[in-house]
Design a protein around this ligand. Structure first.
Ligand code: 48H
Ligand code: FE2
Length: 263
């Protein structure tokens, strides 16, 4: 006999078990686009305690629509190993231009991250960070989260916090976490100008090369990945070429794992 009150208890109990398990994290990833999903997958499979926070109900960010809603994406040779390892079929279109079905990429990366053990909190927005220290010793030590419907409705409901050793800013073009961090605290970033440099226009070849290079610790305790990395360091955009996003997530995971292991 199905009992509705047991359903309520089951859902609330399981959700809060999961939630409480994440109050102290190794890595908090903000944004479940291609870079965030790849980073979550690669860190979780190494056993780190990782949670990913996504404002929307659905994971995937900008992958779903490919280019202009034509739901195919392009990757180059340098990044195809990520999709090969995930099991997404690729088709060669021209030398160094492979295509993949955008929906297959989205659901497969999401599945990889989940099954590797990353906790996923969809419908949750990161609205601020926790800071500790002063001057040169200042660092980010946590995230401040709220329910997306609260945010969307504009309700005055205060958020709650979780601690993390590392925060990954993977919110895409808008760099929401970095903007909040710099606007509210006037801190300098690890960029040539000390500020957010802003995204440049389209030059896919250069953009694909620079995205992984721009994936770095931009502020103590904060890695920037994906389009946010590119935009933060003044990189070009690349349109529906997603290889750099995958490589960025992979590089962030590699660097963060090394840092957390004290290497
Ligand atoms: C929780 C948030 C918050 C917040 C935003 O944009 P994304 O797909 O991110 P990337 O960087 O992994 O991929 C970029 C790619 O999709 C793209 O746009 C490319 C390649 N463009 C090239 C071009 O020329 O335009 O995903 C970011 C995710 C989204 O799902 C947001 O909903 C989410 O982050 N998000 N989640 N709290 N404050 N802000
Ligand atoms: Fe984009």
């Amino acid at each position: 006999m199905l009992d509705e009150t047991l359903v309520t208890k089951a859902i609330a109990t399981r959700f809060f078990e999961k939630f409480l398990d994440c109050v102290e994290l190794d890595v908090a990833i903000v944004g479940a686009g291609p870079s965030g999903l790849t980073c979550a997958w690669k860190l979780a499979e190494q056993g780190f305690k990782v949670a990913m926070f996504e404002r929307k109900l659905s994971l995937g960010g900008g992958i779903w629509g490919g280019g202009m809603t034509w739901n195919e994406i392009v990757v180059q040779e340098a990044s195809r190993h990520v999709l090969d390892e995930a099991g997404v079929p690729l088709r060669e279109f021209a030398p160094d231009h492979y295509t993949a079905d955008a929906v297959a990429v989205t659901v497969t990366l999401a599945s990889k991250a989940c099954l590797a053990g990353a906790r996923i909190f969809n419908c949750m927005s990161v609205e601020d960070v926790c800071l500790r220290g002063e001057g040169d010793d200042v660092r980010v030590t946590g995230i401040v989260i709220n329910s997306s419907p609260v945010e969307i409705a504009g309700l005055h409901v205060d958020p709650v916090a979780m601690s993390c050793k590392v925060l990954v800013e993977a919110t895409g073009h808008d760099m929401e976490v970095l903007r909040t961090l710099t606007r509210k605290n006037g801190v300098r970033l690890n960029t040539p100008t000390g500020q957010i440099m802003g995204e440049r226009s389209m030059w896919a070849e250069v953009a694909e090369q620079t995205t992984p290079l721009n994936t770095r610790e931009v502020f103590p305790g904060v890695w920037v990945a994906g389009m946010a990395a590119n935009a933060c360091y003044g990189g070009y955009r690349m349109g529906p070429v997603f290889g750099g996003m995958l490589l960025s997530g992979e590089k962030a995971a590699r660097d963060i794992a090394a840092r957390l292991r004290g290497e």
